[in-house]
Design a protein around this ligand. Structure first.
Ligand code: UDP
Ligand code: MG
Length: 164
């Protein structure tokens, strides 16, 4: 057991992902409870920012959806009031965060996931999470152009072991 504390974290893909608390999560006062789920899982906060999403930021962030019928409504929703951008760091952080979030629509998302437990709307689904390495790199650049704050978390040796 003692050796576990000194294991190098080999075989772990330590990633950083971009999460957004959408306007509905701030209006409904559930940011703290949702953030706790990411913290409980062991993901480390390396960036956090309360901000207003502009039309320009929305167009950049949601470029892949520009031709979709829900695009205008999505941009209107996301720019309606402040959001919180969050950067989370940890083993497989991109996929782990998406799993915690659940399926896109609250009505479909499994109970136990954030979207499954906190809502039943299609559009107002509380959080955004990067869906790939490429998206994470691109999206983190949008919200944290000055970079992130990397720090040594004291939980890391227990949460990020390689499983060997
Ligand atoms: N969305 C919507 N209607 C739809 C599909 C998506 O309002 O029919 C919104 C919803 O807020 C979703 C966002 O557009 O989170 C981006 O859609 P995507 O398919 O990328 O889902 P996600 O990656 O957020 O699960
Ligand atoms: Mg998406």
């Amino acid at each position: 057991m003692l050796s576990r504390l000194t294991l190098p974290f080999k075989d772990q893909t330590v990633e950083t992902t971009l999460i957004l608390f959408k306007p509905d999560s701030l209006h409904r006062g559930v940011v703290g409870r949702i953030l706790s789920r990411f913290e409980d899982k062991g993901l480390q906060i390396v960036g956090m920012r309360l901000m207003q999403m502009t039309d320009e930021i929305a167009a950049e962030h949601y470029a892949e959806h520009v031709d979709r019928p829900f695009y205008a409504g999505l941009v209107g929703f996301m720019t309606s009031s402040p959001i919180i951008a969050l950067a989370l760091h940890g083993p497989n952080a991109i996929g782990v965060a998406r799993k915690l979030m659940g399926k896109t629509f609250g009505i479909d998302a499994e109970a136990g996931t954030i979207r499954g437990d906190f809502g039943c709307s299609k559009s107002y689904n509380l959080v955004h999470g990067s869906d790939s390495h490429e998206s994470a790199a691109r999206e983190l650049g949008i919200y944290f152009p000055d970079g992130l704050l990397k720090w040594d978390g004291i939980q890391a040796p227990w949460l990020w072991d390689s499983g060997e």
